[in-house]
Design a protein around this ligand. Structure first.
Ligand SMILES: *Cc1c(COP(=O)(O)O)cnc(C)c1O
Length: 467
């Protein structure tokens, strides 16, 4: 191995791949190791903890069971799912040598790259598992929502592989302004519908008010759920927030930990962007296992947009996961289910709530820290990353890059040779309008005022006897 030049300067490789044989055989369910589990998910009608039977009209049975599984630490990855994973996994752990040099930091920065598949993000890891269990159950099709389109694209790939129909309710502004992902989904055979639509009660109600026409993720979720529960042989799938999604995404952390072990490395800091919490939950899971067992473990940092600050400024309370209030209630950090990030917010991560598992870990101090960052600072980091490491990152992922850079610069001041691991969740190829705003200097930052947040908090339900 070359010891000259930038890459390989300390005799460690630039990219570390596991072999296909080393692909994990089991997902890790961090929930089974938590002493204090998250508060039970409540049925929106009865306010009683949901059962598998309650969830069966919405989710396929195996996934409903995973949702409530607080006991099995490891869950076998079905062979057919591993076969599909082989198309694009194991994904590499990359040493950011070129970024380190540009920063002049003594820190060693690693990133786990999940953008190397056509859907362009980590979401495919869960889409495959969810489509597999639906097929196993003999279902005909699935419904889901998508904002910018990463999750819809991932589901389209998974459904065509397993031979399932797919209806994707796509937030109308994205449907109209970001047509390319829609075309990719259609190419994989998915049926893409602009939301709000006139196909559902929720959609028709939203369309009565012209102000709602652009749609929101919350409305698209309500529509997709309504169609799933009212169509024979259909169920609904969601790409983040849920416990089952965190279980599937643990593959990111399991691979990363194993790859770093090969290098003799263990991270001092683990950083992930947090929208609904699935990539960070997955990346940190096997390291959190160390923490929960009382072993030395990294410092965990969740990074969110200052314009949608659920962990840093939200309330830890029961709330609905959707605008239409058809989904169960979860106790989580939330900005209120009617919260809408400002329209100048370009960087994704716009969900009002946060995974109940991550919320509980944060509340109990196991997820050490949450940081909110402004979007111009995020794109500044994305630009430096693109120019040094060569990969154009998704804006969501760039939140993690921002904080990785900040931590590496802190090491430069203190001289500490910390090992930093962050999740590079996706590629930025479909986010070029946001890059253009940044490049042309027209991107602005917006931080909601306390009054703005109060309007969202006012929509958190008050549940007599519960909260
Ligand atoms: C969806 C998405 C995220 C955020 O979702 P999490 O569930 O918080 O991981 C982050 N990065 C990319 C590229 C995404 O598509």
């Amino acid at each position: 191995m070359s010891t000259t030049g930038i890459a390989g300067k300390d005799n460690l490789p630039y990219k570390t791949y596991l072999s296909e044989d080393e692909l994990p055989t089991h997902y890790y369910n961090v929930r089974a190791d938590m002493q204090v589990g998250h508060a039970p998910i409540l049925h929106p009608g009865t306010l009683q903890p949901v059962t598998v039977a309650d969830m069966e009209p919405i989710f396929c049975t195996a996934l409903a069971e995973q949702e409530l599984n607080a006991t099995d630490r490891f869950i076998e990855i079905p062979g057919a799912v591993r076969d599909f994973y082989r198309m694009y996994r194991p994904s590499p752990v990359i040493r950011a040598y070129y970024l380190e040099k540009a920063l002049g930091t003594p820190a060693r920065i690693y990133y786990k790259y999940e953008g190397g598949n056509t859907s362009g993000s980590h979401k495919l890891n869960s889409a495959i598992a969810q489509a597999y269990y639906a097929k196993e159950q003999g279902l005909k099709g699935l419904t889901t929502e998508t904002g910018a389109g990463q999750w819809g694209t991932a589901m389209a790939m998974a459904c065509v592989y397993f031979g399932l129909d797919l209806d994707v309710y796509m937030v109308r502004v994205s449907y109209e302004q970001k047509p390319y992902r829609k075309i990719v989904m259609q190419t994989y055979g998915a049926n893409v519908i602009a939301s709000p639509s006139d196909r559902t009660n929720v959609g028709r109600k939203m369309l009565e008010n012209a102000a709602n026409k652009g749609g929101s993720l919350g409305t698209a979720i309500s529509e997709a759920v309504e169609v799933a529960v009212s169509t024979e042989g259909y169920r609904y799938v969601l790409g983040s927030v849920l416990n089952q999604v965190l279980i599937h995404q643990s593959i990111i952390g399991l691979e990363a930990k194993k790859a770093l072990e090969k290098l003799g490395e263990y991270p001092d800091i683990v950083i992930g962007c947090a929208g609904g919490g699935s990539n960070l939950g997955g990346l940190m899971a096997p390291f959190m296992e160390d923490r929960l067992a009382g072993r030395p473990a990294p410092h965990f940092i969740a990074v969110e947009p200052a314009s949608c600050p659920s962990l840093t400024r939200g309330r830890f309370a029961y709330d609905f996961c959707d605008t239409g209030q058809v989904t169960p209630l979860a106790k989580m950090y939330t900005l209120g289910h009617a919260f809408m990030p400002s329209s100048n917010h370009a960087g994704g991560l716009r969900f009002h709530g946060m995974s109940p598992i991550l919320s509980q870990l944060y509340h109990d101090g196991f997820l050490d820290e949450a940081r909110a960052v402004e979007q111009t600072a995020v794109f500044e980091a994305a630009e430096l990353f693109t120019r040094t490491e060569g990969t154009l990152p998704a804006p969501e992922s760039s939140h993690a890059i921002r904080v990785a850079i900040d931590e590496a610069l802190r090491c430069k001041e203190t001289g500490e040779e910390k090992v930093i691991l962050f999740g590079l969740t996706g590629s930025g190829y479909f986010d070029l309008a946001a890059y253009e705003q940044y490049n042309s200097g027209t991107m602005t930052d917006y931080i909601p005022t306390d009054e703005d947040l109060e309007r969202g908090f006012a929509t958190i339900p008050s549940l007599p006897g519960i909260q």
